[in-house]
Ligand binder design. Structure first.
Ligand SMILES: Cc1cc2nc3c(=O)[nH]c(=O)nc-3n(C[C@H](O)[C@H](O)[C@H](O)COP(=O)(O)O)c2cc1C
Length: 370
């Protein structure tokens, strides 16, 4: 009977050959505790390998350059040390029959000069997101970033291309572009954070241009059907993001245009906050975007087993990404198979480094033996 669960059905389409439709969502865990910010065989490899029964694992956001970083102890994908570290992770996951994509990340203005030798973080326009940045010395207020020059934009496009090349070298099955959650791409998409007057600002097409230039650069290194892209269209009031009447039309334009590409998937988030009173927002993201996009649609945010099965059965999504449930349930798929209860996550150890709250969550078997 369990095999009939929609979440547990295999998914074979385009670049994806997944044993089930349960995806581990990308999650920053702050465990690259070394001078190189490289993932390690001691921490990252066993953490991801324990979760290899997921149809697909998407790694934590991984900075594509020194400019791209905005949090402590997050891994990079721009040096040989990073590539060698990630090789240990991909091997460990592949040895257990898993599939793993790396999330390519640039935080833009959601950073602090402490990460950049005193230089200002980069962003489309010089607008302070008025958020907090978690620096090596604790939380600090964000600053007014530097508006990127055309040269900065070209360099950043190239950084993503090189990061994609490194991802291939490191043995990843694909990459996800982190064009979501108020970070650099989202800052280009939204009018409040992008007040440029050149070809990267103003019209919807111009605000989407940087994303498509990066996508075109990334696909020089890895086939289109091994590339995913993540969007959070109704993000409002957090991560420096404010919606207006052009926000949803901008995402509609981008997602419809992605029909011209042959991507592995698009990865959408349902709103992070209640936007039902906001005239410009869409409250049901999967429902809104399903008819606009012909390819594979992955949905995330707040799903449990029942809701995950239901959204696939309704036909609103093909794959469901689980975040926090994957922190505390390495065997999430087996728990769904057996209709077992899920273990609770400990928010205090999300980013604290080390083994605690990272490698010490039990499988259902271990929990039953204990
Ligand atoms: C500890 C933590 C770290 C996260 N880091 C990332 C990240 O690096 N990249 C990203 O796109 N989303 C990140 N997210 C968001 C998750 O991918 C996901 O959207 C969110 O947890 C909601 O899904 P859930 O309700 O299944 O937890 C993070 C979430 C958590 C809890």
């Amino acid at each position: 009977m369990n095999k009939k669960q929609a979440l547990l059905q295999p998914y074979n389409k385009n670049g994806l050959a997944l044993k089930n439709r349960v995806v581990m969502a990308p999650m920053t865990r702050g465990r690259a505790l070394n001078d190189d910010n490289r993932p390690t065989g001691e921490l990252h490899a066993p953490y991801y390998a324990e979760r290899a029964s997921a149809g697909l694992i998407i790694t934590e956001g991984s900075q594509v350059s020194e400019d791209a970083v905005g949090y402590i102890n997050t891994p990079g994908i721009y040096t040989e040390e990073h590539v060698n570290g990630w090789k240990k992770v991909t091997k460990a996951v592949h040895d257990k029959g898993g599939t793993i994509y790396i999330q390519l990340w640039h935080v833009g203005s959601m950073s602090h000069p402490d990460f950049h030798g005193g230089k200002l973080p980069l962003a489309p326009s010089a607008i302070n997101p008025n958020e907090k940045s978690f620096t090596p010395e604790g939380f600090k207020d964000t600053v007014t970033p530097k508006a990127m020059t055309i040269e900065d934009i070209k360099t950043t496009v190239e950084d993503f291309r090189k990061a994609a090349a490194n991802a291939v070298k490191a043995g990843f099955d694909g990459v996800e572009i982190h064009s979501s959650n108020g970070y650099l791409f989202h800052q280009f998409f939204n009018r409040t954070t992008n007040q440029r007057t050149d070809e990267y600002g103003g019209s919807i097409e111009n605000r989407a241009r940087f994303f498509f230039e990066v996508l075109d650069a990334v696909k020089q290194e890895i086939p289109e059907n091994k590339i995913g892209a993540r969007f959070n269209p109704s993000l409002h009031g957090s991560f420096g993001s404010t919606m207006d009447e052009e926000t949803i039309p901008t995402f509609d334009y981008i997602i419809k245009k992605l029909n011209d590409y042959d991507l592995a998937y698009i990865h959408l988030s349902e709103p992070f906050s209640d936007v039902s009173d906001l005239p410009y927002a869409v409250s049901e993201i999967a429902k809104h975007y399903r008819p606009l996009y012909n390819g594979t649609l992955m949905i995330n945010n707040g799903f449990d087993q029942e809701k995950g099965n239901a959204v696939i059965e309704r036909g609103d999504a093909d794959l469901v990404a689980y975040g926090k449930p994957y922190i505390s349930n390495p065997d999430l798929v087996e728990r769904f198979e057996g209709n077992h209860p899920l273990a609770d996550w400990d928010q205090d150890t999300f980013y604290t480094g080390g083994v605690k709250g990272y490698l010490d969550y039990n499988t259902i078997e271990e929990a039953q033996e204990a």
